[in-house]
Structures are given as C-alpha cells and as structure tokens.
Design a protein around this ligand. Structure first.
Ligand code: HPA
Length: 244
C-alpha cells in the first residue's frame, strides 16, 4: 500500500469511486455530497476523499487529472491496490451531434479512441472495443430518467488531443454516430476490462462543435450538479446490490 501515486492506507477507499478530472471539483463534490468526508490522498495535488453518501453507504471521490495516461495511472492503482471495484468517471465533453444540447447528459456506452492505448496488447492486429459495465450503465440510465434530465447513450470519443490541428477530423467520428468527445473513458474502460473491474463514464456537455453557445457559470454549475447526483445515485444503487 501506498502506491507510487496514491498515499492512502489499506481500506481508505470505498469499493466505488466517483472520478472527476479536476482535484478542486473532487473536493467540492466530497464536501457537498458526502457526510464526514475524509481526505485520504493528496499526492501531486490529486485529492481523494471517502465519506458517507446520503444513504449512509461509503463512497469515495478522487480526481483523475486530464487525459488517458493520467486516468490510466489512478484507475490502475485504485483497482489493483485498494480493492476498488467500480469507477464512475464524471466529466465534461464536447457535443458532435446537432440534437445534443449544452448541459445534456451523455453516457458512454462505448468509447472510441485516436490513441494507441490498447495497440500493444497482442491482439494480432485486431482492435479492442471499449465498453461500459452494463450493470452501471443500466443504473445510470434509470437514475437519469428518474430525474427527467435530457439523456443520450452511445459511443463517445476519448481523444489524445484537446486542440486538434485537423479542423475536419471530428466529422469522421460524428459521421459514425459518435455523440461527443472527452479525453479519458477509453483508458478507464480498457483498464477495467483488463483487470476484471467495472467502469462507466457520465458526461455533461460543456461545448458543441456545431453551435457557438457558451454555458453561463450558473448553467455549468447545474450541469455539474446533475451529473454528480446521477453518479451518486449509481454509487448507492451499486453499494445496495453488493450487500444483498
Ligand atoms: N475535447 C476534448 N475534451 C473535452 C472537450 C473537447 O472539445 N470538451 C470537454 N472535454
């Protein structure tokens, strides 16, 4: 126990972890949504907390940093050294489709990538399709419907770049029905698959490739709150299933 990038002790993490990119957001989520949140790690400013969800069950929140290498490190160490069973990524994404508005929720049923994340996995030239855990996916769809929030479920792109210098590249993915772009889900899903664990990415749309409207800070906050409350519901549903 402590791992190269996490200083928590054995038993410090709950079996289910909510994972935003930004450490400040992890702190805000822990202090807003959990009772008695305890800081369990802060290596490199990547904050992790464990506390009680509204139903009393234990839930952790830890930041992933940005991009696949970063979430790859933290998810691997949580899954392999801290007994974590399920990671729920919560983050923003850009929308690729005209019927998807700002603040809508996108759940990544699958993730494509322009990275070489699984390229060295001796698949004899084949490609790996990264998919969400179906149990978590179903729970998240139910939770979003219960809250009557606008929901899109499908493929997302986990991109290595935020600034892509090929202005038309995104259209190739959009034409394949990909809903939007973020930078982490593929690596998280691939690590979960490799290690026999569970993962799901829940995103709120922060920008669109088709229209130029920007979110106000109040709308941004609402989008974030909606996404966290869905993820917290999934965490509680998951905890309830494991204790049955
Ligand atoms: N690209 C990649 N990641 C993102 C974006 C984007 O446009 N918006 C929010 N996360």
């Amino acid at each position: 126990m402590p791992t190269p990038h996490i200083e928590a002790k054995e038993g410090d993490f709950a079996p289910v972890v909510l994972m935003p990119g930004d450490p400040k957001r992890a702190e805000w989520i822990a202090k807003t949504f959990l009772k008695n949140p305890k800081l369990v790690t802060s290596v490199r400013g990547i904050l992790g907390f464990t506390g009680e969800a509204p139903d009393g069950s234990l839930v952790s929140v830890m930041a992933s940093g940005m991009g696949m290498p970063s979430i790859g490190i933290y998810s691997h160490e949580l899954y392999t050294s801290y007994g974590v069973e399920a990671i729920l990524r919560i983050g923003t994404c850009g929308s690729y489709q005209k019927d998807i508005g700002l603040k809508d929720i996108i759940i990544g049923e699958g993730a494509c990538t322009n990275s070489n994340w699984m390229g060295e996995h001796s698949l004899y030239g084949g490609t790996f399709s990264a998919i969400a855990d179906y149990q978590l996916l179903e729970m998240a769809v139910d939770a979003t419907r219960e809250k009557k929030l606008p929901l899109h479920v499908g493929n997302i792109l986990s991109s290595d770049t935020f600034y892509d210098y090929r202005p038309e590249a995104w259209k190739k993915w959009a034409n394949l029905g990909v809903l939007g772009v973020e930078m982490e889900a593929y690596a998280l899903y691939a690590n979960a698959a490799t290690l026999g664990k569970k993962a799901l990415a829940i995103c709120t749309v922060s920008d669109s490739f088709l229209f130029a409207k920007e979110l106000s800070s109040q709308e941004r906050q609402e989008g974030l709150t909606n996404m966290v409350s869905i993820a917290m519901d999934v965490a509680m549903k998951y905890n309830a299933c494991r204790t049955k």
